[in-house]
Design a protein around this ligand. Structure first.
Ligand SMILES: [Zn+2]
Length: 419
């Protein structure tokens, strides 16, 4: 089963997947079809195009959604989140506004280290409930696929526990979940040096994660004060040897050679890139590593810097966009994140939409099944209450997400929409 027709969309918008992530001028090649339709059969896309043509080719004999007044996109892909933790740090935002740095807040006993202590002490069920709550809100924000990371445990036992909880949570949500092992999130503040801890990640955690088959990616922070470029490169090499694709938290708070380390280490993506200098982007040139930009994170952290999204695109680097839902701030709306990517990085709405669909699918290795409306991919759709994808960027904060479809099944209906 799982057949569905979505017809008469004001605009059907999708990139065409040519077998590689969209880069350079291609980043803006969002194909728009007026009075568009998608036919999903057995959970996969049978055809997409003008309504007349789709109904002629696929037939009318399927449950049908009328997309009048709507923009229909491929199911959005959220490619960077940290939803498994305990504790609430909203009070730190006022401290940041007053000028305290993240590192200063960490030193005073708050910040991410307090989340790690809270998370270590939280029961499994509480962590699971928090994760599932985040999943539901991220789904309501328009995502059909979600990448989730461990990283608030920072011991072998705790990191494995968080990955087990994420695996269990993945069975209790209609979202497609991709699980990432982030042992090297920050350098622990309770003993081991970054070198000793990175060796534990490499020699104890990674082999156990591999043996238990509880993660699809290995994420490594490359940041001055946490893990140096040498340590991150060593962990990337261990990942390559183990056969687990890697991604990098790069240059989030200082220039740390994170972009270079990620590209040279063959990472699938490098995320943040706030402090990556233009010269490093130009030196490395076009590449397959996806630059995942996090506009809401940059605005929240109040740095006087932003990733040079335009230069990444002009250099021929594929760009993805993600929320970075985490213990510091809980951004759940990928549509709002697309809007923020436009104003913050000067991406066009088309470039940002591709960043949250096709390029994000490539960043998760899911391009065979996700990220575009090409025939044979999963029947995942995000249906928005607006008549053009540009309106994602102009109707800031409007509840645009009307429905989310995963493999032909509606997995989210907006409370304000009566089907
Ligand atoms: Zn992150």
């Amino acid at each position: 089963m799982n057949d569905l027709n979505v017809i008469h969309a004001d605009i059907l918008a999708s990139a065409r997947d040519h077998g590689e992530p969209m880069q350079g001028k291609g980043q803006g090649e969002l194909h728009l079809i007026e009075d568009g339709a998608v036919a999903i059969r057995n959970g996969v896309i049978a055809c997409a195009g003008p309504t007349k043509q789709v109904l002629r080719d696929a037939g009318e004999d399927a449950p049908t959604i009328d997309g009048t007044g709507c923009t229909v996109l491929p199911g959005l892909v959220e490619s960077h989140s940290h939803p498994v933790f305990s504790g609430n740090r909203h009070h730190e935002y006022g401290m940041r506004i007053k000028g305290l740095s993240g590192r200063a807040i960490r030193k005073s006993g708050g910040g991410i280290w307090s989340t790690i202590l809270n998370t270590r002490n939280a029961p499994d069920q509480a962590l699971m409930d928090n994760a599932l709550n985040a999943f539901q809100n991220i789904l309501a924000g328009g995502a059909a696929t979600l990448e989730v990371k461990s990283g608030y445990g920072l011991t072998t036992g705790q990191e494995l526990r968080l990955l087990r909880i994420l695996n269990q949570a993945a069975t209790q949500t209609p979202l497609d979940i991709v699980i990432t092992f982030l042992g090297a999130h920050i350098a622990p503040q309770d003993g081991p040096s970054p070198e000793t801890y990175a060796a534990e990640v490499r020699d104890e955690m990674l082999p156990k994660v591999m043996a238990q088959g509880i993660a699809q990616f290995h994420d490594i922070t490359c940041e001055t004060g946490d893990f140096s470029a040498d340590l991150a490169a060593d962990l990337l090499a261990a990942s390559r040897k183990a056969g687990m694709p890697a991604r990098v938290h790069a240059d989030a708070s200082a220039h740390s050679f994170g972009w270079r380390t990620a590209v040279e280490g063959g990472a699938v993506s490098a995320d943040h890139l706030t402090y990556t200098p233009d010269s490093e982007i130009r030196d490395l040139g076009p590449c397959r590593t996806i630059a995942t930009l996090l506009p809401i994170a940059e605005q929240f952290y109040l740095d006087n810097r932003r990733a040079n999204g335009r230069l990444f695109i002009e250099t021929g680097v594929p760009v993805a966009i993600a929320t970075d839902f985490c213990s510091s701030f809980q951004a759940t709306s990928l549509t709002l994140t697309i809007a923020m990517a436009c104003s913050w990085f000067r991406l066009t709405p088309a470039e940002a939409v591709i960043g949250a669909t096709l390029n994000a699918a490539y960043a998760l290795g899911l391009q065979q099944n996700k990220g575009s409306l090409d025939r044979g991919k999963h029947g995942d759709l995000t249906i928005l209450s607006c008549s053009h994808p540009d309106e994602i960027a102009t109707r800031i904060g409007a509840p645009l997400v009307r429905q989310v479809v995963s493999r032909g099944k509606v997995i989210f209906n907006s409370p304000s929409f009566r089907p």
